[in-house]
Design a protein around this ligand. Structure first.
Ligand SMILES: C[S@@+](CC[C@H](N)C(=O)[O-])C[C@H]1O[C@@H](n2cnc3c(N)ncnc32)[C@H](O)[C@@H]1O
Length: 257
């Protein structure tokens, strides 16, 4: 498989921002160039991962969720979703989906389930909803609640793809299921332009374009907010960077009635 390590790649640049080890010189060069324009981007990536940890922990602990479908998983990073969920409930079942060959080569690290639980990895395009849901159904029972996450994914997809894909996914979920989204905001425009110059990706959306992606699901408190403002009390280490990360990213969790 040709992983084109001579060219910058979004999953590896994101890994660079998270302090991971799966990146090469071209990824670091573009990553650094974007950081010069928008130094907060590295903290933005980290607060997005902490939103994942707090929200998955809450859904497992307070809402009894035992099934998770993670769309656009990315490279393994600590903690992975299954580590958080199975830390609360060892029997939790997690299905990861990504279409990136680089993520696939690291997928084994994602498949380290507890003996009681299950992790599955689907190498596929989230837009192929029929195939993803059919394959995920080998592990997950869609007749019962499932928490679907689409974190830092949808800004890689042009309109109308996110709305159409999520409408299909929401339709197939049982009442009591959840949808979690995090998404880049227009405050990242300059950074996205530099990023796009190097990787050809990125569709920023504003608050009023992100909110409808939850459809008629009911938003959990505190609604759609910047990731460090989503239930920070769940993690004593969460800090408010005093406006530095305003208007860079939005996130929320909503429940199917
Ligand atoms: C920035 S990473 C986010 C990783 C993780 N969800 C997080 O929030 O930390 C975005 C991931 O979405 C994946 N992705 C983008 N478009 C996709 C598609 N159409 N189908 C599946 N995965 C996709 C990319 O390969 C990448 O790994």
């Amino acid at each position: 498989m040709d992983l084109r390590t001579d060219q910058p790649h979004p999953a590896r640049i994101y890994d660079f921002y998270l302090g991971g080890k799966d990146h090469f010189a071209p990824d670091r060069e573009l990553g650094q160039k974007v950081l010069e324009i928008c130094p907060q981007l590295a903290s933005g990536a980290q607060i997005n991962r902490r939103f994942l940890a707090r929200s998955v922990g809450l859904l497992a602990r307070d809402h009894g969720i035992r099934q998770f479908l993670d769309l656009g998983t990315g490279l393994p990073t600590s903690p992975n979703l299954h580590e958080v969920a199975q830390g609360v409930a060892p029997e939790a079942q997690i299905v990861y989906v990504d279409n990136d060959p680089i993520v696939l080569t690291h997928a084994r690290a994602l498949l380290t389930s507890t003996p009681e639980g299950v992790t599955q990895y689907i190498d596929g395009d989230v837009l192929d909803v029929d195939r993803i849901m059919d394959e995920a159904a080998r592990t997950l029972d869609f007749g019962r609640p499932v928490a679907v996450s689409a974190l830092a994914l949808l800004h890689f997809l042009p309109d109308p793809q996110p709305a159409e894909m999520l409408a299909e996914v929401r339709e197939r979920l049982a009442p009591g299921s959840f949808l979690s989204i995090s998404h880049a905001l227009p405050g990242l425009r300059e950074a996205a332009a530099a990023y796009q110059g190097g990787t050809g990706l990125g569709t920023l959306r504003d608050w009023d374009e992100i909110a409808p992606l939850f459809g008629d699901f009911e938003m959990l408190e505190p609604g759609l907010v910047e990731p460090h403002r989503w239930r920070p009390e769940l993690d004593p280490a969460e800090e408010d960077p005093e406006g530095a990360l305003d208007n860079m990213g939005a996130c929320g969790v909503a429940r199917k009635r």
